[in-house]
Design a protein around this ligand. Structure first.
Ligand code: ADP
Length: 614
């Protein structure tokens, strides 16, 4: 039987107690609405509009003002099956059902509806009033709590909470594993059970800090496990506050650091070894940061230089370098830092007695696993004695060559005088002996000139007297001179365009002569030597090619070093001191040119140098 329709609440004049009910409804912070017996929405408050995200059309919208509703499993719940609809249709108030309301803007809220039937004076269902409790936040915190509990349960760290009196209130499985006690054995027990006797004061200290609201972080200490063993742990303790902000206890996270402690001890041990090793060395040893600031140096540096660390724990090494080498040292060091390359330099370092000694410093970059330079490791070896010996030898060479010059010049002069005097003589032996005398005197002159040049280079006194001349003419002159004395070789000058250069004619002549003499010397039995000049855009390249013994690739650079002679040639009967190419390289470099060799052992060599064109 159809029940007579209830009075339309919204048509009831809003006066007296109705007015009060109306105002009450609107003032409620919870969404409330009513439906008539047919489920048509009648009254609703502003909280309901806010929750639905829209205003319902009275007398048209049925059961609920929501745009869409879902069950908690995510499936759509038709409005006619919502708790309000069931309550009205079945006359049975639905309880404890959660639904999800979606607003037109897509926002979703979890709701617990509370529909209650309204009866008329005859006891018939006149409609229902529904209160929609928004439980979204509660659900979220329930979920958060569940996550937190799972987290505390599953972590390997021991998480313990205690009151401010030190009584344990919770004990997770991590704590069971670490300390060996079950939760039931420890909850209600004093935390001091875990503290070794000699550290009992720590607890008082910790509690004091906690009551001040401080966090105790990464406090490394020892605690007692159930089996009586001491465990190295790192403790982080933070105060637990109630919702009024009053400290009511503490949470303690303990991590077993036995293994990392062991690794740390080993590291410390090996650092100690390294430190002792560095201190046992006679070299100066230091370590600097990627930016070059020195952060470690061995005792030897202290002994040698009496240096003290700066306030920021670094060390100012610049004060140690001799002023003459300081600028070039700083420059080379900056290049090494910028390019990550090895630094190597000979320079003088100041002793604590304010004298200087020559050192060879080498600094190598140290890369971490990612390939970034994390530090630089430097050593300085005292080479002062060797350096002094070299200087004495250079002095000796310089003095000896000076002294030899006069007797050799007079030997040469007399041999020439004799040759002129006896040029028409019939005595073949005499003429032959005089010719040989002149050749040997020339060789000695060349040698002495080389030694003199060498000592000038060493003393930084090699002067260039530049003039503009035709390089091809110079080549031809030298070739004819050398061809005269090299009867077993044929020196060919390849045709080429004439080029002028501005250079020290005499010194460039010496370089060409050195190339040619070497070509003759190192190609015994091979006839042909070719000299060519190849003009480039702004340079000219002079090449001397022989088909002689050649040089191993690894020695191509080294033969330009002072006194260096190719290893395989040392057993051959080629005389020499290994200074010709060194002097040639110095001369060419001072002309901003390039010098080099292309050679294959057993096949021959091409020596070349370039000069800028005039
Ligand atoms: P020296 O010839 O007096 O030893 P140099 O400085 O002129 O000194 O040459 C250095 C070294 O280079 C020589 O000892 C030799 O081993 C090598 N060398 C120079 N020229 C040639 C060449 N044309 N062929 C092979 N090796 C050469």
């Amino acid at each position: 039987m159809q029940s007579p329709s209830p009075p339309d609440i919204n048509t009831i004049p809003v006066t007296g107690s109705n007015l009060l009910a109306h105002q009450l409804l609107h003032a409620l912070p919870v969404a409330v609405y009513t439906c008539d017996a047919g489920g048509y929405i009648q009254l609703y408050n502003s909280a309901a509009i806010e929750l639905w995200g829209k205003e319902p059309v009275r007398g048209k919208d049925q059961w609920c003002g929501s745009w869409k509703i879902y069950k908690t499993d995510g499936s759509l719940l038709p409005l006619e099956e919502c708790p309000m609809a069931i309550t009205l249709k079945e006359g049975k108030e639905v309880r404890d059902v959660e639904i999800i309301i979606e607003k037109p803007n897509g926002e979703r809220r979890t709701i617990m509806p509370y529909p209650q039937l309204i009866f008329d004076e005859l006891g018939r269902i006149a409609g229902a009033i529904n209160m929609l409790m928004d439980i979204t936040e509660t659900k979220k915190s329930e979920k958060d709590i569940a996550w937190l509990a799972a987290l505390i349960h599953s972590t390997d760290d021991a998480i313990i909470s205690k009151t401010l009196n030190g009584i344990i209130t919770s004990w997770n499985p991590g704590a069971e594993k670490l300390f060996g006690y079950k939760a039931e054995e420890m909850i209600g027990q004093p935390i001091t059970r875990l503290i070794p006797q000699d550290r009992i004061d720590e607890e008082t200290h910790i509690i004091q800090r906690l009551t001040r609201g401080e966090l105790v972080e990464h406090f490394n200490t020892l605690r007692l496990a159930k089996n009586g063993k001491l465990i190295n742990i790192s403790l982080t303790i933070s105060p637990i506050k109630n919702n009024k902000g009053i400290i009511i206890g503490a949470s303690k996270i303990a991590r077993d650091i036995t293994r990392s402690k062991l690794a740390e001890d080993r590291l410390r041990q090996s650092e100690k070894y390294l430190n002792e090793l560095a201190n046992a060395m006679s070299q100066l040893v230091w370590i600097s940061r990627p930016d070059g600031k020195v952060v470690y140096f061995n005792d030897r540096i202290l002994e040698y230089a009496g240096m003290e660390k700066l306030d920021d724990d670094t060390w100012d090494w610049k004060g140690l370098i001799h002023p003459d080498e300081l600028a070039s040292t700083v420059q080379d060091w900056n290049i090494a830092i910028a390019t990550g390359s090895v630094f190597a330099k000979e320079h003088r370092l100041q002793t604590k007695e304010a004298t200087y000694r020559w050192h060879l410093s080498r600094i190598i970059p140290y890369e971490d696993e990612e390939g970034n330079i994390s530090k630089w490791i430097g050593t300085a070896t005292d080479i002062d004695d060797i350096k002094q010996m070299i200087l004495r030898k250079d002095d000796f060479l310089s003095v000896a060559s000076h002294e030899l010059r006069t007797p050799i010049t007079s030997i040469k002069a007399y041999s020439q005088l004799l040759m002129n005097t006896y040029q028409h003589s019939q005595d073949e032996f005499l003429k032959n002996a005089l010719a040989k005398l002149e050749i040997q005197a020339n060789k000695m002159t060349n040698l002495v000139t080389d030694f003199l040049k060498l000592s000038k280079i060493e003393a930084g006194k090699l002067q260039l007297n530049k003039e503009t001349f035709c390089i091809n003419e110079l080549v031809n002159e030298i070739v004819s001179d050398i061809q005269l004395v090299s009867v077993n070789h044929k020196i060919i000058v390849a045709d080429s365009e004439r080029v002028n250069v501005t250079a020290d004619r005499e010194k460039i002549a010496q370089v060409i002569a050195n190339f040619l003499n070497n070509a003759v010397k190192y190609s015994p039995g091979e006839e042909q030597i070719v000299v060519s000049s190849e003009p480039g855009n702004s340079t000219i390249t002079i090449k001397v090619t022989d088909k002689g013994v050649g040089i191993k690739p690894e020695e191509h650079r080294r033969i330009f070093e002072r006194f260096y002679r190719a290893k395989s040639h040392r057993n051959f009967p080629f005389s020499g001191f290994g200074i010709g190419l060194y002097i040639s390289a110095e001369i060419i470099q001072r002309h901003n040119g390039e010098i080099g060799v292309n050679s294959e052992e057993g096949k021959g060599s091409t020596f070349y140098f370039t000069l800028p064109q005039a």
